[in-house]
Write a protein that binds this ligand. Structure first.
Ligand code: SF4
Length: 93
């Protein structure tokens, strides 16, 4: 592969990586109005509720395996922390 072709491919790879990042949903902010309405917190230790009701154990959490964050059915186009919680927690089926 010549130098010119290598640089073209490197530029294409960088552009595709940028597109992939742009499509990744943003992390849900605790001060988002809907998050506040459901008392969402990123760290369950800051919640007075059941300490076993983390996002990771919630039936609405869509994150993979041991992911640190992932999608939630209650907050479309946002990611929630696996260690978080909210009043919408539901058992897994
Ligand atoms: S519904 Fe479940 S996964 Fe979504 S923020 Fe609340 S506790 Fe976390």
């Amino acid at each position: 592969m010549n130098r010119r072709r290598f640089l073209q491919r490197a530029a294409m790879a960088a552009a595709l990586a940028g597109l992939a990042r742009a499509e990744e949903p943003a992390l849900l902010a605790e001060d988002d109005p809907k998050a506040k309405a459901l008392h969402y917190v990123e760290d369950i230790r800051r919640s007075a509720g059941d300490q076993t009701h983390t996002c990771a154990s919630c039936g609405l959490y869509q994150g993979e395996g041991k992911s640190l964050q992932g999608p939630c059915l209650l907050f479309p186009k946002r990611l929630v922390k696996a260690s978080g919680t909210c009043s919408g927690w539901a058992p897994q089926m």
